[in-house]
Design a binder for this molecule. Structure first.
Ligand code: FES
Length: 137
């Protein structure tokens, strides 16, 4: 799916609801950024995240399998099954401190909009934690 970006708007028209499979995702291109858009029909909810998996930089998140982790919506990358929260983007099954950016989604009159304000914010897909600090002096 390819759309034309207008950086002046925060709520970006992505597609119509009928363009997205139930319990599946599509890739929406906003200028040079690929965003994964999901219709989690089992929960009657919509989610959006970066399409690029931070593990091996594959553009694959939109093809991932949806599920829940203790009630939290998640998506598993189809390559190596790293699993990410669709709420805040943190990786749920890795100690590497990986994360993806997530975006608010709204549906109005059959149209799906993604809030792309986060595209203008700095973001790193690897969270540094104390557990991975170099302990040598
Ligand atoms: S590229 Fe996504 S889990 Fe490895």
């Amino acid at each position: 799916m390819n759309v034309i970006a207008n950086s002046a708007v925060e709520w970006y028209f992505a597609c119509h609801i009928t363009d997205v499979p139930h319990n599946g995702g599509v890739c929406v291109k906003v200028e040079d950024t690929q965003i994964a858009l999901f219709h989690f029909a089992h929960r009657d909810e919509w989610f959006a995240s970066d399409n690029e998996c931070p593990h091996r930089k594959q553009m694959a998140i939109s093809r991932g399998m949806l599920g829940s982790h203790h009630g939290e919506p998640k998506v598993a990358c189809p390559f190596h099954k790293k699993t990410f929260s669709l709420t805040d983007g943190r990786c749920l099954n890795s100690e590497e401190g990986l994360s993806i950016r997530t975006y608010p989604v709204k549906v109005e009159e059959g149209k799906v909009f993604i809030n792309i304000a986060a595209l203008n914010q700095p973001f790193t897909s690897t969270i540094q934690t104390d557990a991975y600090e170099d302990q040598t002096d």
